[in-house]
Structure formats: structure tokens, C-alpha cells
Ligand binder design. Structure first.
Ligand SMILES: [Zn+2]
Length: 191
């Protein structure tokens, strides 16, 4: 990868906001077809300009994916195991296993050159109250209303506009998935 990525080291003990970190979302990876064998790529874009801010290589697989990226010129390879749980209505949903604590999570965050779950990265959401979770639903239904059936692009909408809307929807889903996993863990369940 040319140039590599640069990230602030972050002060130890300083709780960053999850919203400000580079993140990967297992649902998004699934939707984009990256949880199957092959070489894929992932980029983070500026939501205003669409400019690529950083990117990683992804070697896909059903049970494991490999992330390849570089930070400050140092190449890093990280393996992430994928587990699947059965859904009530058939099929299965994938989870990332955090490479540090092995918890099942929907979202991994990149911080100090490694991907790990929000807890391991000591990230906090701006607000984790029930209100905040309710807001993600309301926000999501508003976003979904702008799209066609199955999140398709309505006639006349720019491709980039749809991508931005999807990005925001995935953000909403990721926040709720993590909150759900955390809640279940507190009750002693494993999702
Ligand atoms: Zn973890």
C-alpha cells in the first residue's frame, strides 16, 4: 500500500469517542461480499468530499479474514476470526471475534495500529443511554425512507448520496449491535 496510514497515538487512559475511530462493521463486510474467499479492499472516505482517507486490504474467508494495512510505513497483518450464530427466522448472522478478548462483536475499531472491540480499545460512545439507542432507530428509519426497496437507489439519487446514507445506517446498526452484545454479556449470555 502506498503511503500508509497515519494515526494519532492517543494518550493512555484517554477515552476516545468511538464515533471518531476507524471502524469495520461485520454486517457491512457481509453485504459487500467480503466474508468469502478472495482479495478485497476497504476504504474510509471523507463523508463530505468522498475522498479516500485510508484503506486496507482484506483477504476474505468464511471463518476468518485477514486485514493488511500499514501504519507509519510498518506493514501489519491481522487475522480476525468470524463466528456465526443462528437467527430466529433462519440463516445466520456473522460476528467478528475481537482479536484481543475474543468477544463476539459487530464492530472493530482501529486504534494504535490494531483492530479490537470497543471495550478493549477503551472507547466510549457519546451517549449510551436508552434514549441514544432509540435515536439510532429513529435516525435509521428516516434514512431508510430516503431509499427504495431493500435500500436500493431511487431514481435520480446520486450513487454517492446512497453510499453516504448506507454508511449512516450501518453506523446506527453497529451502535445497537454493540449495545446488545454488551447487554447480553452483562446478563451472562453469549450471543
Ligand atoms: Zn475486545
Amino acid at each position: 500500500m502506498k503511503g500508509g496510514m497515519r494515526f494519532g497515538a492517543g494518550r493512555p487512559g484517554w477515552h476516545m469517542k468511538a464515533e471518531h475511530c476507524r471502524r469495520i462493521d461485520v454486517h457491512r463486510f457481509k453485504r459487500e461480499g467480503m466474508l468469502r474467499p478472495g482479495s478485497w479492499g476497504w476504504s474510509w472516505r471523507d463523508s463530505e468530499t468522498g475522498k479516500v482517507l485510508a484503506s486496507i486490504g482484506v483477504i476474505g474467508g468464511h471463518d476468518r479474514i485477514t486485514l493488511e494495512y500499514s501504519v507509519g510505513g510498518t506493514p501489519i497483518t491481522e487475522h480476525i476470526n468470524i463466528t456465526r450464530t443462528a437467527c430466529a427466522y433462519g440463516g445466520s448472522r456473522p460476528w467478528f471475534n475481537c482479536p484481543k478478548c475474543w468477544d463476539r462483536v459487530a464492530v472493530l475499531y482501529l486504534r494504535q495500529s490494531r483492530f479490537a472491540c470497543r471495550k478493549c480499545q477503551r472507547l466510549v460512545y457519546a451517549s449510551q443511554s436508552e434514549d441514544a439507542l432509540g435515536r439510532t432507530w429513529r435516525k435509521q428509519s428516516k434514512l431508510e425512507a430516503r431509499l427504495g426497496e431493500n435500500w436500493s437507489r431511487p431514481k435520480g439519487m446520486h450513487r454517492k448520496t446512497r453510499e453516504r446514507i448506507l454508511e449512516a445506517i450501518w453506523e446506527c446498526e453497529g451502535i445497537r449491535d454493540d449495545a446488545l452484545a454488551e447487554f447480553a454479556a452483562r446478563l451472562g449470555f453469549r450471543l
